[in-house]
Design a protein around this ligand. Sequence first.
Ligand code: 5GP
Length: 295
Amino acid sequence: MSPDRRPNPPVLSAEQRRANLLLAKAARIERASVKEAITTNTISIFDAINDPRESIQRMKVLDLLGSIPGVGPARAQLIMERKKISLTRRIGGLGAHQLRALRKEAGIMKLDPKQGSLVVMSGPGGVGKSTITAYLKNDPRFWVSVSVTTRAPRVTEKDGVDYFFVTENKFDQLVASNEFLEWANFAGARYGTPKTPVNEWRELGKHVLLEIEIDGARQIRKTDPTAKLIFIAPPSWEELETRLANRGTDSPERREARLALARQEMAAAAEFDFTIVNEQVEGVVAQMVSLATAP
Ligand code: 5GP
């Protein structure tokens, strides 16, 4: 684009400029206090990485590493080059691979982050669990587990993103080698939660979210009494019926089967630690965050 065709920068009023300056100043103060906490070994770098404040998510990884006592700017740069992380990368842009690589770097974990909690979310089909999950996927405090399943992928689904799609044989092998935290049969297919990433992410301080059916939630209850089991309920049974009816082009039999299953699922609500009624997704997400972060 030639310089004369460049769009004009937005014209800010004096008041807007003042507000921006104040925001920038507040962000600098927040970043400085996080760096200070790292320098004094009060928090680990992963506590900073999991800090949802925008000012911290926008902080440069180079600055973060450089504040670790005994690391400093020069070694921070070397580490990033070795881990193939761009020197301009900001905390919020770090990928899973890079986070794991940093965790393994000798000498940078002066302190272990506070272990993240295990949050299990279940509820009847059609209640809106996947919308809630989509919100939490974008929250730096959370990591959403990717399950293994034997069912066929739907057209929009990607292997390794929505699920790991495997054969029955492969699933058998994973069961035999004890790779699952839990697994269950559901609607003619098997679904399981891989154990290793759940443990790794919790050690990195992330709250791990499992969106699983009731039988799996019951298994987690037994194996990890600290897990927080959350049941998502519809505002009313009629509302759930309407939502299920509006879902795609089910035959009347299939719709009836879905409703029967939903009835069974609703009956399990009492086994959960918390029930959240899905009136409005933002409200549910806020409650999930506060339950996950509560000690
Ligand atoms: P869908 O096939 O519609 O994606 O999922 C069917 C059901 O399986 C949903 O209730 C979902 O929560 C559950 N599910 C997905 N992954 C797992 C898993 O790893 N373990 C268990 N127990 N249930 C799962």
